[in-house]
Design a protein around this ligand. Structure first.
Ligand code: ATP
Ligand code: MG
Length: 333
């Protein structure tokens, strides 16, 4: 039985404009110790997928389908049941630590909270474990820093504190949503290395979300490529990067951001080599969501939902033309 299994996961968001489906028909499994990446342009549903997995979908959202953790169904759980597992069995690191850290509480108290809440540790034991974790995530002199406030740390250190908080109750699954985009490039590398080390050391499963294909390529074994709420391609990282099959994945790879591009905010979302933009979730086209931007689109792509094709054991693509394209067309360039 996989550690985590999502099937037909769907998130609908009600707004004054109507209902938008931010995530649809998403399927994946994650085993203990496995690492999975979610990539795609801004707005494609990466964070919404993560929030649904954590039971944190927004108030106007409805989650459907199935999320199983160790076989236990999570969709439809009551808030109290979510609270009991969130931070304990699954924990999440957010892009901007200040949104997750409480500015008026000392960091030590915040890191220790999951230990008190989930592990029933007393204050002394939790404080000792907190110092150990702070040390492990690379905060020097934890005994001196444990009673400081979040604003007294640098951005990179705050991210490390959030990682310590996520690890406090030894979760089985760690979800990291753009954990390093707010950091400069050198610190990004250090924090990613830390996450990778901790995941390996503790045998956790990791879901890493990034718009940065370089980060994904270096840090995960398997990838889901998302487009307008759909997983349009999934497979082992090496296969996706050497033989991307979906025209969108190929475009993403061709448009890999330069270093200069990575230094600016990631919300400069449009990629130079894929003309057009993501469809409006309130006016989704019939047929393939990517068809309007796809140079390979056939008439049927605009009217029929694309078929899911297995290209190898674990490499799947949802595309009506991928199969017709010659293997040579799958290579990068
Ligand atoms: N509370 C909400 N109500 C309505 N729509 C929302 C809400 N939150 C997000 N959305 C929409 O849901 C879609 C998916 O958003 P999501 O945050 O998952 O994107 P993302 O892939 O994480 O993008 P980014 O790379 O910018 O973080 C977007 O179109 C977004 O505008
Ligand atoms: Mg996001």
């Amino acid at each position: 039985m996989p550690l985590l299994e999502a099937s037909r996961l769907r998130v609908d968001l009600r707004t004054h404009r109507g209902t938008a489906t931010a995530v649809r028909d998403t399927n994946f499994t994650l085993d203990r110790g496995e690492t999975l990446g979610l990539v795609g342009e801004s707005g494609c549903g990466k964070s919404m997928t993560a929030l649904a997995l954590m039971g944190l979908a927004p108030g106007n959202g409805t989650v459907n389908g199935s999320i199983r953790l160790n076989g236990e169904e999570l969709v439809g759980l009551r808030d109290s049941a979510w609270r009991a597992l969130r931070g304990r069995r699954m924990a999440m690191i957010f892009q901007e630590p200040m949104t997750a850290l409480n500015p008026v509480h000392r960091v030590g108290i915040q890191i220790a909270e999951p230990m008190r809440l989930h592990l029933g540790m007393d204050a002394d034991a939790a404080r000792r474990k907190t110092m150990g974790l702070m040390e492990r995530v690379g905060i020097p002199e934890p005994a001196k820093r444990i009673d400081s406030f979040p604003h007294q740390f640098s951005g990179g250190q705050r991210q490390r504190i959030m990682i310590a908080m996520a690890l406090a109750a030894d979760p089985d699954v760690l979800i990291a949503d753009e954990p390093t985009t707010a950091l400069d490039v050198t610190v990004q590398k250090q924090v990613l290395r830390l996450i990778a080390e901790l995941v390996a050391e503790r045998g956790m499963a990791l879901i890493l979300i990034s718009h940065d294909l370089g980060v994904i390529a270096q840090n995960v074994q398997r990838v889901l490529v998302m487009y307008a709420g759909h997983v349009i391609e999934s497979g082992p990282t090496a296969e996706i990067f050497t033989r991307p099959a979906h025209p969108y994945s190929r475009g993403l790879l061709a448009a890999r951001p330069s270093l200069a591009h990575r230094l600016v905010a990631h919300r400069s979302a449009r990629l130079p080599t894929i003309p057009g933009s993501v469809p409006d979730l309130f006016h989704m086209p019939t047929g393939c969501a990517f068809a309007a931007r796809c140079t390979f689109a056939q008439p049927a792509c605009h009217t029929e939902a694309p078929p899911e094709i297995a290209l190898s054991d674990r490499h799947r693509v949802r595309c009506g033309v991928a199969e017709a394209m010659k293997p040579s067309a799958f290579t990068r360039g």
